[in-house]
Design a protein around this ligand. Structure first.
Ligand code: ZN
Length: 131
């Protein structure tokens, strides 16, 4: 299931500020139709209600490579090691919260990537393995 939340977006054309549904989380086993837009970096599409300008938001998306035990955080802005470590730190603090989660956490490969090419590569492999 695609996980979404509401966020404030500022239109790059008319500067109008509006609220938009954005995708936070994608589970590939259920949301295969999202793969194409993920690969092109267009998963988060939004349109200004005032001037109709379409924008693609570059924000972090958690991609669950079900049924592989692999979670990928794609964040175009997480380009430094520090930024990536911060995600891993957050993930650890969440998973260490209870026993079940920490077991899952240990079995799961958690990766943070900032380059779309890398995400594309992983998605292609995923699709290829499941034909
Ligand atoms: Zn606008």
């Amino acid at each position: 299931m695609v996980g979404t939340s509401l966020t404030e977006v500022k239109c790059s054309k008319c500067k109008n500020v509006y609220e938009s549904d954005v995708i936070d989380h994608i589970d590939l086993s259920e949301d295969r139709d999202m793969i194409k837009s993920l690969k092109t970096g267009k998963a988060n599409r939004t349109q200004c209600p005032k001037c109709k300008k379409v924008m693609y938001l570059s924000r972090s998306i958690v991609v669950n490579f079900e049924p592989e035990n692999r979670i990928v955080v794609f964040d175009p802005s997480a380009q430094t090691k520090e930024a990536k470590d911060e995600f891993i730190e957050d993930y650890r603090s969440v998973t260490s919260y209870n026993e079940t989660l920490s077991e899952v956490g240990e079995e799961t490969e958690f990766i943070v990537i900032s380059k779309l090419d890398k995400l594309k590569e992983m998605l292609d492999e995923y699709v290829k393995a499941r034909k």
